[in-house]
Design a protein around this ligand. Structure first.
Ligand code: CAO
Length: 569
């Protein structure tokens, strides 16, 4: 039995296209035109059909490989009947017409004509073939579908099945292929147009006798008759055979698009057979799975993520733009249409932070309370400690005072030193005071935790935080350095700004956002005096803490920072 190589067909402009799914296995019997792999560019996913049927002998590519036109995908051993071996196709017993054997080669396109003939212009092309209007084919129940891309321009030479345009409905995107090859005479639509079945796409100067005139054939009879009289019988039958073949292929394609569009219009799913099989095995209803592939195509990882989330072990799409829980998905946009772009991978830390932020944002009904502390005396005191700080080798910033003040406020208002139990029926009251401080590092945000802050001096806190911040920046923080916080401080004071609302770091129930100290005029009852005012915001989980408590906590914090003697009381 002859073993034949099945190769990647013409992919248009796409290069180095990723293999995202392999739909067949070695030893499997496949039909001609059966989808064998799925390729995905940044714009679309496409199934690649087998150029011939038979038994899969070997698969040359694997998921993740990038391929180009002509690369081998797999080899097939042709079945005894109807295979393409030269010997057997020469036998009269073969069912396949000669053209079908030629079609199995990815190139060249049978429609292409010698240059001289094509260069003769529209009229001569029309004389040998004619101008044919290409319309939007049957696209299922969809109508008024937006044209999001046009892949051809006037004067382009195209081959049958080259993508002409991409349409996008609410549910799916689909490429509309050329029914046959030729030269684009004029494009009848533009990006943004809404089209339905039968809307004109373009006029094509087709070569050969298979062209149907753009007027639907009303004026073509005479031309055809004239052509018939000039053509030999052999040419005529060749041409007719190819036209039939083209027509058949087009109908097949159109049917596929119609089926796909209809499936998506009815809320069905966009997934390959391998994904469907996996979903069946895992008992997953694919209509409930968000696809992360191009144009929402469901991939195997999406099914695994979905199962993980259902089992409580993960959060499906929790960091992505698309989320479950009835939250409308944010559509993926091809930003390259607006200018140059580059995809940059997020670091693991960045991804974990994003996931936590998203989880907390979705889970915590947070409220922000704004306040200002008069830190004039604190700043005078801090300045006075400068020499001593240098002697100790410590940089004394406002931060250790803030940490200490928060610890004191947590003692005074223990309702902030709690976590909600997952049952929603009880609170876990903490009797220790550990405080996390957000540190911006090159790799992302880290939150080392200072333990037993209530028992430590300002100097100790200052030294300890300097050590932790350095460990964070050099990625040397251990797990234990980042665990156990009761409350978090996020300070952007060194940078500027008048206020911000940090996201509560659940299961903590409060976080302090610190902004930049500014000198402001403050009324002392008799006159305006310049005072150093430190703005801060207290964001809290309203399920655990009520607004009155938050107002009191923030006011108390302001008092502590305004008169640091209170920190010793
Ligand atoms: N107002 C005015 N100046 C302030 C200030 C404030 N609120 N807080 C600090 N400063 C000053 C410091 O005194 C220091 O000045 P000098 O060099 O003149 O003494 C300068 O700003 C730089 O301080 P620092 O950054 O070295 O130290 P810090 O203790 O203030 O901050 C840290 C440390 C880790 C909080 C900070 O480096 C950091 O990473 N902040 C970013 C936190 C973040 O990204 N949070 C997320 C935001 S969204 O939740």
């Amino acid at each position: 039995m002859p073993v034949e190589s099945v190769k990647v067909p013409d992919l248009g402009d796409s290069k180095d296209v990723e293999v995202i799914e392999i739909l067949v296995k070695e030893g499997q019997s496949i039909e001609e035109n059966e989808d064998i792999i799925v390729l995905e560019t940044d714009k679309a996913a496409m199934e690649i059909p087998a150029s011939q049927g038979g038994t899969v002998k070997s698969i040359t590519v694997k998921v993740g490989d990038t391929v180009n036109q002509g690369d081998e995908i797999l080899t097939v051993e042709a079945d005894s009947a109807g295979d393409s071996s030269e010997e057997e196709s020469a036998e009269a017993a073969s069912d396949e017409p000669e053209e079908a054997t030629e079609e199995k080669e990815p190139s060249p396109e049978p429609e292409s004509e010698p240059d001289e003939e094509e260069d003769a212009g529209d009229e001569s092309a029309a004389a040998s073939g004619g101008i044919e209007q290409v319309d939007v084919p049957d696209i299922g129940d969809e109508s008024d579908v937006e044209v999001i891309e046009i892949h051809v321009s006037e004067g382009d030479r195209i081959s049958a099945e080259d993508p002409l345009i991409t349409l996008e409905s609410d549910k799916a995107a689909m490429d509309i292929p050329a029914p046959k090859g030729g030269e684009v005479k004029s494009v009848k639509i533009k990006v943004g147009d809404l089209v339905s079945k039968g809307s004109p796409i373009l006029e094509l100067v087709v070569s050969g006798g298979d062209a149907k005139p753009a007027d639907g054939g009303k004026s073509g009879k005479k031309d055809e008759a004239a052509k018939d009289s000039g053509a030999s019988r052999a040419e005529k039958s060749d041409t007719a055979g190819k036209a039939d073949e083209d027509e058949k292929k087009l109908q097949q394609k159109q049917q596929q698009y119609a089926e796909k569009a209809a499936a998506q219009a009815s809320g069905k799913i966009y997934a390959g057979p391998a994904v469907r099989k996996l979903a069946r095995e895992l008992g997953v209803d694919l209509t409930q799975v968000d696809g992360s592939g191009a144009k929402g195509r469901i991939q195997k990882e999406d099914v695994h993520e979905f199962v993980k989330a259902r089992l409580g072990g993960g959060s499906a799409s929790s960091t992505g733009a698309t989320s479950g829980a009835g939250i409308p998905a944010v559509p993926d946009i091809d930003f390259s249409q607006f200018g140059e772009v580059e995809e940059v991978s997020m670091s693991k830390l960045h991804r974990v932070t994003a996931e936590n932020m998203h989880r907390n944002w979705l889970n915590v009904p947070a409220v922000a309370q704004f306040n200002e502390a008069d830190v004039t005396d604190l700043e005078d005191f801090r300045a006075a400690q400068k020499k001593l700080a240098e002697k100790k080798g410590v940089k004394l910033t406002p931060l250790p005072f803030l940490i200490k003040a928060c610890a004191k406020a947590l003692e005074e208002y223990p309702q902030f030193n709690v976590s909600l139990h997952s049952s929603g029926e009880k609170l876990i009251q903490k009797k220790y005071v550990h405080i996390g401080v957000a540190v911006a590092t090159e790799a992302g945000l880290m939150v080392p935790v200072l333990k037993n802050v209530d028992q430590k001096s300002i100097w100790q806190l200052s030294e300890e935080f300097a050590t932790l911040a350095e460990k964070a920046r050099s990625r040397r923080l251990g797990k234990e350095d980042m665990q156990g916080a009761c409350f978090t401080i996020s300070s952007l004071g060194a940078i500027g700004g008048t206020g911000f609302t940090p996201i509560v770091n659940s299961p903590e129930v409060g976080i302090l956002g610190v902004s930049k100290t500014e000198i402001k005029p403050v009324w002392n009852g008799k006159e305006f005096v310049p005072r150093k005012m430190l703005p801060f915001s207290l964001c809290y989980d309203h399920r655990a803490v009520n607004g009155m408590d938050a107002g009191q906590f923030a006011t108390y914090l302001g008092e502590l920072l305004s008169d640091i003697r209170l920190l010793m009381m």
